[in-house]
Write a protein that binds this ligand. Structure first.
Ligand code: MG
Ligand code: ZN
Length: 217
């Protein structure tokens, strides 16, 4: 058992070193970068689409989309106005790691962009353990997933710099106690920047886009 733990630690240490390299590369090109994580269906790609349409040429954006098999998300980002959209197919892996991001960065001339949006694989467990080298990590929660997620997936909620609560237009139709949800978040990540919004109606999106553009300056 001890042996197993040390192997896992070695893998994570190697990942962290490469994440540092990625960070240096992104930073030296003057790009601000985020890593968006969520469970499948929370609305990562919809958030990216809505963000791109609101940025409206104010920032030059590249997206890197991690997916187990398809290129649907990268295609959507390109259609929504990303100046570059790279797809990483993980070949079955349930998270992105620093090696995969490193490979994707090789395909981009970072000096052409202001903002890099990385969409991680939909999963609420291991993406939190694998640093990529991005500046900020963002978790997208959504109302239909239920209000108990901070309690069930504390590792994911603890480490993020911003929390989006998507699909607030569904609050009248599902049982989601916002106060219970937020109490759980506050214990794990006090004062985290939180953006309740709806990608469908557009409510709340401006505050999120302002946070992003302020950080990218
Ligand atoms: Mg997606
Ligand atoms: Zn995984």
């Amino acid at each position: 058992m001890t042996q197993r733990v040390s192997i896992v630690e070695n893998i994570l240490n190697a990942n962290d070193r490469l994440a540092e390299e990625n960070r240096t590369r992104i930073q030296s090109a003057g790009v601000f970068s985020i890593n968006i994580m969520a469970s499948p269906g929370a609305g990562k790609t919809s958030l990216i689409e809505q963000t791109l349409s609101r940025l409206n040429g104010k920032l030059r954006v590249a997206t890197i989309d991690g997916d187990i098999a398809t290129s649907i998300d990268a295609d959507r980002a390109a259609a929504a106005g990303a100046q570059a959209a790279i797809q990483i197919n993980t070949g079955g892996d349930c998270h992105l790691d620093a090696v995969m991001l490193h490979g994707a960065l090789e395909q981009l001339d970072l000096t052409l962009f202001d903002l890099l949006i990385v969409e991680n694989v939909g999963n609420l467990v291991c993406p939190a353990s694998f640093k990529l080298g991005t500046h900020k990590s963002v978790l997208v929660a959504s109302v239909p997933e239920g209000d108990d997620k901070p309690y069930k997936y504390p590792g994911m909620y603890r480490g993020v710099d911003a929390l989006v609560i998507n699909k607030i237009d569904l609050l009248p139709y599902v049982t989601f106690r916002m106060d219970y949800f937020e109490r759980g978040v506050q214990v794990l990540n006090p004062g985290v920047s939180t953006f309740p919004l709806s990608c469908r109606t557009g409510e709340g999106l401006d505050a999120w886009v302002d946070w992003l553009t302020d950080n990218a300056k």
